[in-house]
Design a protein around this ligand. Structure first.
Ligand SMILES: [Zn+2]
Length: 130
């Protein structure tokens, strides 16, 4: 289903799926997602965030879950090459990503704990400008 402008987008698909959720478990899944589409960030950032929450990024743990054959060296984090790659590690635990988050916090002049779960991290950063 298209949006008001007649364009098809992830956002319009999300609205259709949210409206179509008729069972309580389907509604719970929709409610678990934070208000990604209302965030004041680029569409690309919204899409990546949505993919993080849905487990749709091609990180090594997600590829293994989909039966993609990977060698032991292939599963290492592409940023630090020290730990196995997962969404949580790559975005929130990896020493390289923590350096980036620290630089961002320093840049915006805010100091907060960095969470290791995507939902908690999103909640922290979606309210940080308020
Ligand atoms: Zn890493």
């Amino acid at each position: 289903m298209a949006d008001r402008n007649g364009a098809h987008s992830v956002k319009s698909a999300y609205k259709v799926l949210s409206a179509a959720a008729t069972t309580s478990s389907q509604r719970e899944v929709c409610l678990e997602l934070p208000p990604i589409w209302k965030a004041r960030v680029s569409f690309k950032a919204k899409t990546v965030t949505w993919r993080i929450f849905k487990g749709r990024l091609p990180t090594c743990d997600n590829l293994l879950r989909r039966q993609v054959p990977l060698s032991a060296s292939d599963v290492l984090c592409t940023a630090c090459e020290e730990e196995n790659e997962s969404v949580e590690h790559f975005f929130f635990v990896c020493k390289r990503s923590c350096e980036l988050w620290d630089a961002i916090l320093l840049w915006i002049g805010k100091y907060t704990a960095l969470h290791h779960k995507a939902s908690e991290h999103f909640a922290t950063f979606s309210n940080i400008g308020d």
